[in-house]
Design a protein around this ligand. Structure first.
Ligand code: IPD
Ligand code: CA
Ligand code: CA
Length: 265
């Protein structure tokens, strides 16, 4: 059985509650009111409602904790030592296109340290959870990062910039290097699940630039607790501040980091 503290239980309950209407919306996409936040960056009524359900549920159980949410930004709580970092729908483009690969992502930060992470795909009912020092789980099954030692048989995930975003040339240069030395690259479109899948040993590694804290905070806990390494793309620990991430097992991480350091950006 998975270790689950009262705080994680609260996060799981909130994600399950928010997940039910999200599946209904996913099945009825045509009824959604869609507003455009920027080029190719859709924000749906589902996004806003999901964040509201999460904040309401988490606040009921943990009044005083603060929030950092994609929709609502920073909400200061009376308790300055705790905050939840939430992405109500990570993988919005997939969601909008009827692709069943998106997730609710919730992390808990205590005194500036990530102590718990949850990534929940409501369509597949995959509930990934982890708590600092207690391991990572998928639906109560203990997770471990993949054991591959060489890049050649490894499958590496990434995220790519799109219309209106910077970094297209860098992404092409990085992919050219990685595809040259690995079994292949995957771009599935939800950074939280990319990290969860590294934790589950499905992907051997994952890298991406230009991310926000809510995309990766929960996934970072998952990878660490599954025995993997997560750093920013300079090899430091500034993933949330810098918005870059490189995750892999302890054998592949240094090899990938070395590769990325040779690429001019
Ligand atoms: C996006 C997804 C995607 C990543 C983007 C994120 P959103 O989050 O995680 O995989 O490549 O950088 O912005 O907008 O779907 O919540
Ligand atoms: Ca996101
Ligand atoms: Ca989102």
């Amino acid at each position: 059985m998975a270790f689950s503290s009262p705080a994680l239980n609260v996060m799981v309950a909130a994600a399950r509650k928010a997940g039910r209407p999200l599946i209904r919306d996913f099945n009825e996409l045509e009824n959604l009111q869609i507003s455009m936040k920027g080029p190719a960056d859709f924000v749906t009524s589902a996004d806003k409602r999901t964040e509201k359900i999460l904040i309401d549920e988490l606040t009921k159980a943990r009044p005083g904790y603060g929030f950092l949410g994609e929709e609502g930004g920073v909400l200061k709580g009376a308790d300055a030592t705790h905050r939840f970092i939430i992405d109500p729908i990570d993988g919005t483009t997939n969601f909008m296109h009827g692709i069943p690969h998106f997730a609710i992502s919730i992390a808990l930060e205590r005194e500036g340290q990530l102590v718990a992470g949850l990534v929940y795909n409501p369509v597949t009912d995959d509930m990934f959870t982890a708590e600092k020092g207690h391991g990572a789980y998928l639906n109560n099954k203990r997770l471990r990062v993949a054991a591959r030692k060489e890049l050649a048989p490894s499958v590496i995930a990434t995220g790519l910039p799109f219309l209106g975003k910077d970094g297209h040339a860098r992404a092409a240069a990085e992919m050219a290097e990685v595809m040259n030395v690995t079994a292949g690259i995957r771009r599935f479109g939800a950074a939280s699940l990319d990290l969860a899948w590294v934790a589950a040993g499905r992907f051997d590694g994952f890298w991406e630039h230009s991310l926000q804290a809510w995309d990766i905070a929960a996934g970072i806990v998952l990878v660490r607790e599954a025995g993997g390494m997560v750093t920013d793309l300079r090899g430091g620990a500034e993933m949330l501040a810098q918005g870059t991430v490189l995750a892999a097992n302890e054998n592949l991480h240094p090899q990938l980091l070395k590769l990325f350091k040779t690429i001019k950006s």
